[in-house]
Design a protein around this ligand. Structure first.
Ligand SMILES: Cc1cc2nc3c(=O)[nH]c(=O)nc-3n(C[C@H](O)[C@H](O)[C@H](O)COP(=O)(O)OP(=O)(O)OC[C@H]3O[C@@H](n4cnc5c(N)ncnc54)[C@H](O)[C@@H]3O)c2cc1C
Length: 337
């Protein structure tokens, strides 16, 4: 039976895959990358499919789904292959007495995806802990070791890897700390949950449990029974603007390297799209999560076209209310809205 993207992505939509390759070691991945590139095949590299929405046409070329699973802990440096499940790595480092990744607990996907959109949550992002990584350059065929500075982190959820098919991340090294205290907790809701002041610290294992509880409350921990988690997490990216329109003056704002960042969830909820909106719209197969306005969710049997129509509807409503055009945070392949 042909594998589809609906089978391999957390949004559970998307058409057939021409040829699926699943390398289990890094040398095997490199060899497959060399061969497909040399043969001029159209190639899509994916991990856990938790930030990817693909059209009904699917991908008629080759898909490499990373399943490389080696990782190594050397004092405070942890190097993991791109195919290691992210939350497995978080838990393993905490079990080893290493602090640093606790606030990133429960995020779906694989290690190779973390630098692509500088994955972050609860005041910590990949850039805070990433030491270096190895990439395969599909233009030159070279494997290169990069320091974090080359990754182009800075503005919200951006990196040189996003929307580029030139570099494939083979492994990532994180610099952690052997400590019984977490990184300082900068996120007010998490600090409150832990009963500490913002800027304080706690036992890393306690931070993990608090983060997982908060994430579950928002439908942000994958659960096949829970349609609020049939999503890509945040579907829309928080807009970064040079000038905030007057109509949005009441929206909370945060400084960003490229301007002012506004929370897309606030803009959506203040455009008459409450959590859960959508059951009454279209055929009800797509709706906002009942626990988080940023997550567009598949309520069962949705198609990519239905997801795109729904996303366009939300974007138009926000634009009409605030004059701000929302864009996707996730990667859209052979589909758009
Ligand atoms: C319920 C839920 C909650 C989420 N919560 C968060 C959150 O709190 N914070 C957050 O930042 N994100 C969150 N996400 C989004 C997602 O989990 C992350 O972006 C994750 O890092 C994606 O990893 P992946 O392996 O699933 O990548 P995929 O979805 O498979 O791929 C995403 C993109 O990365 C590229 N890519 C993947 N692997 C590689 C590689 N090895 N080399 C080069 N390019 C590659 C793909 O080509 C694609 O463009 C959430 C998603 C869901 C479903």
């Amino acid at each position: 039976m042909t594998t589809t993207f609906a089978d391999l992505t957390t949004m559970r939509v998307g058409g057939p895959i021409g040829r699926l390759l699943v390398p289990e070691t890094t040398p095997e991945a490199v060899e497959l990358l060399r061969r497909t590139t040399a043969a001029g095949e159209s190639l899509l590299v994916m991990g856990g499919g938790s930030n990817l929405v693909v059209g009904e046409v699917g991908w008629d070329g080759t898909v490499i789904r990373m399943a490389t699973s080696e990782f190594d802990i050397n004092r405070e440096l942890v190097t993991a292959a791109a195919g290691v499940e992210w939350d497995h790595l978080v838990k393993a480092t905490l079990d080893e007495g290493l602090a640093g990744l606790e606030a990133l607990s429960g995020i779906p996907g694989l290690v190779g995806g973390t630098p692509v959109q500088n994955v972050g949550a609860f005041g910590t992002e990949t850039a805070d802990v990433l030491e270096s990584l190895t990439v395969y350059d599909r233009q030159t065929g070279a494997q290169e070791r990069w320091a974090a500075e080359r990754c182009g982190f800075g503005s919200h959820r951006q990196s040189v890897f996003k929307h580029s098919d030139r570099w494939v991340v083979l492994d990532v090294t994180y610099r952690l700390r052997r400590s019984d205290q977490s990184r300082p907790i900068r996120y007010a809701e998490l600090a409150a949950k832990l009963g500490i002041e913002v800027g304080g610290t706690a036992a890393p294992a306690d931070v993990r449990e608090a983060v997982l509880a908060l994430r579950r409350g928002r439908g942000m921990v994958l659960d096949p029974q829970d349609h609020d988690t049939w999503s890509v997490g945040s579907f829309f990216i928080n807009p970064v603007l040079a000038t905030v329109p007057d109509r949005a003056r009441e929206c909370p704002r945060y400084p960003d390297a490229k301007g002012t960042k506004l929370p897309a969830a606030w803009l959506i909820e203040h455009s008459d799209f409450p959590r859960g909106y959508g059951h009454e719209w279209g055929n009800g197969s797509v709706a906002l999560s009942s626990r988080h306005a940023l997550a567009v969710t598949n309520r069962g049997g949705a198609t990519t076209s239905e997801v795109m129509k729904f996303a366009a509807h939300i974007r138009e409503g926000v634009e009409a209310r605030f004059g701000i055009r929302l864009g996707p945070e996730c990667d859209l392949v052979n589909c758009s809205f």
